[in-house]
Design a protein around this ligand. Structure first.
Ligand SMILES: [Zn+2]
Length: 405
């Protein structure tokens, strides 16, 4: 500051001693303000940088969670597709098995028809043979020739009768032989039909087997994809767990920083109005406590955690009041508390008001009990407008209800 006593280089000193004195006073004032600002900033800097570190850690955690969720969704889709292909394969396998049994039945049927056909052929041949033999015997052994039979007739009526008998015998033989031939033809047609059926079944079997092979190949690929995604999932889960841990650590550091500031303020802040007694209810628009002090199930993280204060349900933008006379030590943003305020009430007591939409006081400002210090909101880690209210005594969290009732 000695530099300021001299005139600027190349410029003559202007004005008399009085003016010089005034100038000195202005410069001194500016310096004092600069020092005060610097001091304030140096005090707040750790809290500010901590908030940003928490924000960064939270963003990293959220990104890791998103990546993990993406992989899980992708895997779930592949697993679903796999299940569909698998049930399709099962259906095809059932079809193949059924077809194989049909093919076996057809083959057996063809076998039976072949035997039947052979038997029919043999029967025909035997009958033919028998007929031929009979005819030959009748021919060779003159007495039984047709003519002899006819000439052996004793009367005309006997002759007619004999003619008719011979005709009948001939017709009968012709009939039987025709029936044999017809029977053979029917069996042969049936056998040919079965052979055609077998051909169709075999071709169907081949295409089903092809389909089965393709499905097996698809399933193999899907399984490989699932394995790959499982590996990715494992890595992403580890990354997420690490990011979550880092975030918790940063949050813990941020809380520690707030605690440190609260404790430090005990030395510098002289307000010591609070000597016990009931605090002023900090959120008059709300009476309902939606979350008590202590261990609780967290609605966002779905884990059991320690709740540092009480949550008072409020309407958005309603007044948040100073619980007691004091000096504002923190008024800023952090990713958990959102826009929050901490007030030192003296005698080791501090309070904290979080998730506000708007802050109406600044660090260093003296406030009165019941003074409007903020407007309620849902900033930071919050699901709806409410006032998160904390009470600390010598840096240790207290159940706020003990000070409000
Ligand atoms: Zn809370």
């Amino acid at each position: 500051m000695s530099k300021d006593k001299r005139p600027a280089p190349g410029k003559p000193a202007s004005g008399g001693p009085k003016r010089k004195y005034e100038k000195k006073r202005i410069v001194a004032g500016i310096c004092a303000i600069a020092v005060a600002v610097l001091f304030l900033f140096s005090c707040l800097y750790p809290v500010i940088s901590r908030a940003s570190a928490v924000d960064d850690a939270k963003a990293a955690r959220d990104k890791a969670k998103q990546e993990l969720d993406d992989i899980k969704n992708k895997k779930a889709n592949v697993v679903k597709a796999y299940a569909n292909f698998d049930s399709e394969l099962t259906a095809v396998e059932d079809e193949v098995a059924a077809l194989q049994s049909d093919i076996q039945n057809t083959e057996e049927e063809i076998e039976r028809k072949a035997i039947e056909l052979e038997e029919a052929k043999a029967n025909t041949a035997a009958y033919e043979e028998e007929f031929k033999t009979r005819a030959r015997i009748m021919y060779e052994n003159g007495s039984t020739s047709y003519l002899e039979v006819l000439f052996g007739a004793e009367s005309f009526s006997d002759l007619l009768e004999r003619v008719e008998i011979i005709g009948s015998i001939l017709d009968y033989d012709k009939d039987v032989l025709n029936k044999y031939a017809e029977n053979q033809r029917i069996i042969k047609t049936a056998k040919e039909e079965q052979e055609k059926l077998l051909e169709r079944q075999n071709s169907q079997h081949r295409s089903l087997e092809l389909k089965q092979e393709q499905l097996e190949l698809t399933l193999e690929k899907q399984q490989a994809l699932i394995d790959e995604l499982s590996g990715d999932e494992e890595l992403a889960a580890k990354a997420y767990a690490a990011a979550e841990k880092e975030y918790e650590e940063e949050e813990r550091k941020a809380q520690e920083e707030i605690r440190r500031k609260q404790l430090e303020s005990q030395k510098s802040v002289l307000a010591s109005n609070y000597t016990g007694g009931k605090f002023c209810w900090p959120a008059p628009s709300g009476v309902r406590i939606t979350s008590p002090f202590g261990y609780r199930y967290h609605p966002i993280s779905h884990t059991y955690s320690f709740h540092r204060g009480i949550d008072i349900s409020t309407a958005y933008g309603t007044n948040v009041l100073a619980a007691e006379d004091g000096v504002v030590i923190i008024a800023q943003y952090n990713s958990s508390y959102g826009r929050y305020i901490s007030i030192n009430h003296g005698n080791g007591y501090t309070t904290l008001y979080a998730h506000n939409s708007q802050l109406l006081v600044s660090p260093g400002q003296t406030v009165k009990r019941g003074q409007v210090i903020a407007k309620a909101g849902s900033t930071g880690n919050s699901t709806g407008p409410h006032c998160h209210f904390e009470v600390s005594y010598n840096g240790n969290l207290q159940n706020p209800l003990n000070y409000l009732k």
